[in-house]
Design a protein around this ligand. Sequence first.
Ligand code: HEC
Ligand code: HEC
Length: 228
Amino acid sequence: MLWTHKILWIATLVSAFAFLGMTVDSLHRMSASTHADQLSAQVIEGKRVWQHYDCNDCHTILGIGAYYAPDVTKSYSQRGAPWLRKFLENPAAMYPSGRQMPNFHLSSAQIDSLVAYLGWVSRIDTNGWPPSPEGVTPAEDAQRAAGGELAGSKIYLAQGCNACHTIQGSGGTIAPDLTHVGSRRNKSWILAQINDPRRINAQSVMPSFAQLPESAKQQLVDYLDSLK
Ligand code: HEC
Ligand code: HEC
C-alpha cells in the first residue's frame, strides 16, 4: 500500500473514533441538560394543553413555532408563576394596549398545568440563550453614562413593568400608578420592592426582578425616583 493511502486510512479512522466519542458524550450529557427525569404528569398535561390550543401558532419554545408573539422558553424564570397565572387568566389585563393575546378562557387546572410545563421548559439548559435580561444590552449600559433616565425608562418597558403599572396614563391598571412614585417612596424602598415584592405583601403578584444586573436595577430606581 502506498504511504499516502496509509495516512488516509489512519486519518479517517482517527476522526471516526473522535466523532463517535463526541456523539456518545453528547448523548450522555443530553439527559442532564434536558432534565427529562423531572417530567411530571402535570408537566406532560401542560404540554398537551399547549398543543391543544396551538400556542405555537404564535409563540416559539426553543426557537420552534411562529414568530408573531414572544418566545416563552424563559418566561417562567423571567416572570414567575404568579405573573403567568394572572396573565393566562386574562391576557388583556396585563397588556392593555398593543398586540394582544386571545383569551382562551382556560380553566384553573389547565393554567396550573401550563405553568408547570413552562416552568419545566425554563429549566432546560439553553447555554444562556436567550440573552438575559431582555433589553439590557452593553450599548444601553453605555447609554447610561449619557442619560441614566432614558435608559431606566427603556428597561421599565423591556421588562414589562407597564403590563401592570401606569405612568402618565399609559400602561396596565392592576398595580399602583407610578406617575408620582418618587414623591412617596425613597430609592432604597423602591429597590427593595424590585428585588423582593413578597417581602412587604406576601400575596403580591409582582414578579421579583432580583435577577437583573445591579446596574439595570439602579437605572430603574433612578428613573422611578425621578418621577415626582
Ligand atoms: C394569536 C396569537 C397567540 C396565541 C395563539 C397565543 N398567544 Fe401568548 N401571546 C401572544 C401575544 C401577542 C403576546 C404578547 C402580548 C404583548 O406583548 O403585548 C403573548 C404573550 C404570552 C405570554 C407572556 C410572555 C412573556 O414572557 O411576556 C405567555 C406566557 C403566553 N403568551 C402563553 C401562551 C399560551 C400558553 C398560549 C396557548 C394557550 C398562547 N400564549 C397562545 C399571542 C398569542
Ligand atoms: C404582574 C404585575 C406587576 C409587574 C409586571 C410589575 N409590578 Fe410592580 N407592583 C405590582 C403590584 C400588584 C404592586 C402593589 C404592591 C404589591 O402587591 O406588591 C406593585 C408595586 C410596585 C411598586 C411600589 C408602588 C407604590 O407606590 O407602592 C413599585 C415601585 C413597583 N411595583 C415597581 C415595578 C417595576 C420597576 C417593575 C418592572 C421591573 C414592576 N413593578 C413590575 C405589580 C406588578
